[in-house]
Design a protein around this ligand. Structure first.
Ligand SMILES: NC(=O)C1=CN([C@@H]2O[C@H](COP(=O)(O)OP(=O)(O)OC[C@H]3O[C@@H](n4cnc5c(N)ncnc54)[C@H](OP(=O)(O)O)[C@@H]3O)[C@@H](O)[C@H]2O)[C@@H](O)CC1
Ligand SMILES: Nc1ncnc2c1ncn2[C@@H]1O[C@H](COP(=O)(O)OP(=O)(O)O)[C@@H](O)[C@H]1O
Ligand SMILES: [K+]
Length: 500
């Protein structure tokens, strides 16, 4: 699913109006109906509703929604925040229609603000995607009162005061909704961690804006939805055999962190790899052979850390269809040398995680040796070590895109809505996953999953997008079964599903 910026959304609006064709006021009616349908399905008419409307089209949506709810016998009080002398044409039209049903309360000064109680629902339709400056004056006062109140808050399209595609400043006053119901496409702002409290639970309402405009409009930002993930997944040929699905090598573990190697190995096997070889330090050999009998093991010559050397045969990384390196490997000098040797001999994209990334950050000449289109899977701290501090989430996104372009790699920046940057500078935000995944070892699982997909011949971007999606989905299924709190990395492996 594409993510468009505010200018593109405005063009999409206009394109739909001209080419469907549909009158602007009818498009507003359609959007408001979509919101009202959602609302009515969720909340009974016994819950008192207070709607706060601005004077632009977002306010117009609010007034139309108020009319629809009133006609369904909801107890609705309409508050119009009069921050300017004029309304937009469509807002004025809906204002007139509304006044045939009810007398709105007009808020011009702080004393006009009604009290808000805990059983009430506030619908925020003060400002939408047309926000052009920080909130101030009476708008700011109303938003502060809404945020202080115990009422449930639902924003239409976007929280009033939140920019859809650029950073807010610290101190900006923004509605803090429980829900945001947005029209047609997600807004970039919803996917950035610092905005979490200005978004709440969000959902997209389909209002049938022009598919053709969306298809032909260029963007760098995407949101992976279930259909798109499903389309990436390949079916298996009836006559396939284990050789068809590649041979992966995982370089993982060190004394005290063999668990990381086990988790990555099990996840790799549960993600469809044909054959798996794991190289761990010698101390991991018995553990691995006992706990993951499906994997072959190359014990390292070293007892406690990885050197890459093994009695079984010298390091020849080229025989593997994909290599994944990093989980639990530590940063001993021997392991740094191993990584250097690996980078000098690798000819195919590989997966780099955890301490492999920390070693790259400390030995920056190694970055130049990364095979093109390799996959790096940092969490934010690891990414900062590889790059620099950022000022805000938009700045971080730019640093992410620049890094992926500069080193010709795919960067999987992990977290809620993991952001996958491609060498072309595109970013794919993930739609699955939950805070239950914030527990040790889930990153090791992801490395196993992505390495398995790469070994099966998926292109690195596809392997990353599909791997991250499936990993998050496994976390969601596991959380549905047992809740987020008790979730472990092993649960994620056990809930991987490839029949999406
Ligand atoms: N495309 C779609 O998907 C559809 C969109 N629809 C709806 O339209 C909404 C967008 O409408 P919109 O463009 O009228 O913007 P909105 O924010 O309501 O008002 C802008 C006005 O507020 C002003 N203003 C700005 N900042 C301010 C501030 N801090 N404090 C005070 N004033 C401020 C600004 O002033 P100006 O910048 O011009 O000086 C301008 O006059 C969208 O969110 C959705 O709800 C649906 O109806 C149909 C399908
Ligand atoms: N709040 C969250 N919502 C969704 N996914 C999350 C959240 N917190 C963590 N995750 C996911 O869990 C994984 C954690 O990886 P990482 O930080 O490397 O953990 P570890 O190093 O312990 O294995 C990543 O895939 C990340 O996207
Ligand atoms: K709003």
């Amino acid at each position: 699913m594409k993510i468009l910026n505010v200018n593109q959304i405005r063009e999409l609006d206009q394109y739909t109006i001209q080419h469907e064709p549909i009158a602007p006021i009818n498009l507003m009616e359609r959007a408001s109906e979509a919101f009202a349908d959602w609302f009515v399905a969720k909340f009974p008419a016994t819950r008192p509703v207070k709607i706060f409307c601005g004077l632009g089209n977002n306010g117009g949506d609010g007034m139309a929604v108020a009319r629809m709810l009133l006609q369904l016998d909801y107890n609705v009080e309409v508050n119009v925040v009069r921050y300017a002398p004029r309304e937009s044409d469509d807002c004025a039209h809906n204002h007139r229609r509304l006044k045939l049903l009810t007398n709105p309360n007009y808020i011009e000064k702080p004393q006009d603000m009604p009290a808000l109680r805990h059983n009430e629902i506030v619908i925020d339709a003060i400002l939408g995607s047309g926000l052009s400056r920080p909130t101030e004056g009476i708008v700011k006062t109303v938003i502060e009162a809404i945020n202080r109140s115990p009422a449930m808050v639902i924003s239409i399209d976007i929280a009033s005061g939140l920019y859809a595609d650029r950073p807010n400043q610290p101190g900006d006053v923004i509605v803090e909704p429980d829900y945001t119901l947005t029209f047609q496409l997600p807004k970039l702002a919803f996917l950035l961690p610092k905005n979490s409290r200005y978004v709440g639970n969000w959902q997209v309402l389909d209002i049938r804006l022009s598919r053709r405009y969306i298809d032909q409009t260029r963007t760098l930002y995407y949101y992976t939805n279930p259909e798109e993930a499903r389309l990436l997944l390949r079916t298996r040929d009836r006559f396939s055999h284990k050789g068809t699905f590649g041979h992966a090598l995982l370089l993982a573990g060190s004394y005290g962190k063999i668990g990381a190697a086990l988790l990555a190995s099990r996840a790799c096997l549960r993600s469809g790899v044909g054959l798996l070889t794991v190289q761990t330090p010698r101390c991991g050999y018995d553990i691995l052979q006992t706990n993951v009998p499906e994997a072959m093991c190359r014990p390292d010559q070293h007892e406690h850390v990885l050197t890459g050397m093994s009695d079984i045969s010298g390091p020849d990384f080229s025989e593997y269809s994909a290599v994944g390196v990093g989980p639990g490997i530590g940063q001993s000098p021997e392991t740094v040398s191993m990584l250097r040797g690996l980078l000098q001999s690798l000819r195919k994209p590989a997966v780099f995680d955890a301490d492999a990334l920390n070693i790259l950050a400390k030995n920056r000449d190694l970055l130049g040796l990364l095979p093109e289109r390799s996959i790096l899977t940092p969490h934010p701290k690891e990414f900062e070590r590889l790059t620099q501090r950022w000022e805000n989430d938009y700045d971080k996104l730019e640093i992410l895109q620049d890094f992926a372009r500069r080193y010709d790699v795919v960067v999987v920046l992990k977290g809620a809505h993991t952001a996958i940057a491609t060498p072309e500078g595109e970013v794919h935000f993930n739609s699955t996953g939950n805070p239950g995944l914030s527990t040790g070892g889930t990153g090791d699982v992801l490395t196993g999953v992505i390495t398995a997909l790469l070994a099966q011949g998926y292109d690195p971007v596809e392997a990353s997008v599909l791997g991250v999606y499936s990993h998050g989905l496994a976390g969601d299924i596991a959380a549905a079964n047992r809740g987020q709190i008790g979730l472990t990395a092993t649960d994620v492996i056990e809930h991987l599903r490839w029949n999406m």
